[in-house]
Design a protein around this ligand. Structure first.
Ligand code: SF4
Length: 390
């Protein structure tokens, strides 16, 4: 029995609008936005970035998940994994009876036509989609249009014989899905995380690489049968949509320069292509926080979002370059005026810091949140700050 796939919602937008507002809206945040994104209470001043929180893709994915529950109240509803990288939102969906295939692994083998499966905003791999289709599940596809755009580009690279070099995190669902689309179209791919990994690629292009060491380094980040001697001759650059724009541009420039050195300017077009596939929501949030840091006298920055949220981590990186920055997963991390739980930039663990907020005197806090963070968490964080500064 062929799968039924819903890609444009389930015609229940109005039916779930109230629930979504109850769960994720913040009157306080709306008021602050209306007052030029600033809030003052006693010695505390908070400046919000002018773009923060839920992006269009997340908004849509969460909306579709609520519509799915409403439309299929009696059928098992699953998510392939986290719908977005925010524990608050995922917990909320779990409390509505939506189960996670990434947790309930045994359920994967039981899936059948009676089951409904929601595909997350960052998409799923070609193999997973085919498996779900074979089982005849009803699918609710919430893959963001910006992610589909990346897939279109890597498929185009594959058809033109270019290897997709993807600036991304190899463990991230979106990058895995993107890589699968390159491979699924008969192409090769290589995922690079940062400058250091891109330098290895550039060295290989220049003829300075060690084949065995290169293959060992990228064993989990390259397509099957990847041959650096053949597969680094024509490269098309793509990005995970939530990477740091400035870094992606730098990596692209490194590869472009390596190709010019190796093959000459005139032949560049036949050896290197690039499309900026960072999504506009990510870009807008990065630009807004950069402007906030530039324009306001901020004493410390708070960045709210899941620790596994790539775009949130990159907002924290931008802030930490010039200010004391605390990346917190949710408002509960603001434990008291003296202690805060947070994840320092570049680390994987959460730590507790004491003495993070001055005991007296005026304090100006800058605040932003990742694309998967609902406004109610931002509002709750501001309320806590106000209490601590009272
Ligand atoms: S961060 Fe960008 S690509 Fe990801 S869901 Fe939001 S808009 Fe779409």
């Amino acid at each position: 029995m062929p799968s039924l796939i819903f890609r444009k919602g389930l015609d229940l937008k109005h039916a779930v609008a109230g629930m979504l507002a109850d769960n994720y809206h913040s009157d306080l945040v709306e008021r602050i936005k209306a007052e030029d994104f600033s809030y003052r209470a006693g010695r505390l001043t908070v400046h919000l970035a002018r773009e923060f929180g839920f992006c269009y893709g997340v908004d849509r994915a969460v909306d579709y998940a609520y519509q799915t529950r409403q439309r299929f109240p009696d059928r098992p509803v699953y998510l392939t994994g986290e719908i977005i990288h925010n524990p608050h939102v995922n917990d909320k969906l779990a409390s509505m009876g939506i189960r996670f295939l990434s947790v309930d692994r045994a359920a994967n083998d039981r899936l059948g036509p009676g089951d409904v499966v929601i595909l997350p905003a960052f998409g799923v791999t070609v193999a997973m989609l085919q498996q779900l289709e074979r089982r005849g599940c009803t699918l609710i596809d919430t893959t963001c249009g910006s992610v589909l755009n990346v897939w279109k580009n890597v498929r185009r690279y594959a058809e033109a014989g270019f290897t997709s070099v993807i600036h991304g995190k190899v463990w991230h669902e979106e990058t895995q899905a993107t890589a699968s689309h390159a491979a699924g179209s008969g192409g090769k791919f290589l995922v690079v995380l940062d400058r250091a990994e891109t330098q290895l690629v550039c060295d290989y292009i220049a003829g300075r690489g060690d084949r065995a060491a290169f293959l060992a380094k990228f064993v989990r980040a390259a397509s099957e049968g990847f041959d650096p001697d053949a597969d680094l001759q024509r490269i098309g650059l793509a990005n995970q949509t939530t990477m740091l724009m400035s870094e992606s541009l730098e990596l692209g420039e490194m590869i472009r320069a390596a190709m010019v050195d190796r093959y000459g300017d005139a032949a560049l077009a036949t050896h290197y292509q690039a499309f900026d596939t960072i999504c506009s929501a990510t870009q807008d949030r990065q630009d807004a926080v950069t402007a906030l840091l530039r324009d306001k006298a901020i004493d410390l920055m708070i960045v709210i979002g899941g620790y596994n949220s790539s775009n949130t981590a990159n907002l924290a990186r931008i802030c930490a370059a010039s200010r004391t920055t605390f990346h917190i997963a949710d408002p509960d991390c603001l434990q008291s005026r003296t202690t805060i739980r947070h994840r320092p930039v570049g680390r994987k663990d959460e730590v507790v810091t004491t003495g993070w907020l001055p005991a007296e005197g005026a304090i100006t806090v800058g605040l932003t949140s990742g694309a998967s963070t609902p406004d109610n968490l931002v509002g709750a964080a501001i309320s806590r700050l106000e209490t601590f500064c009272a």
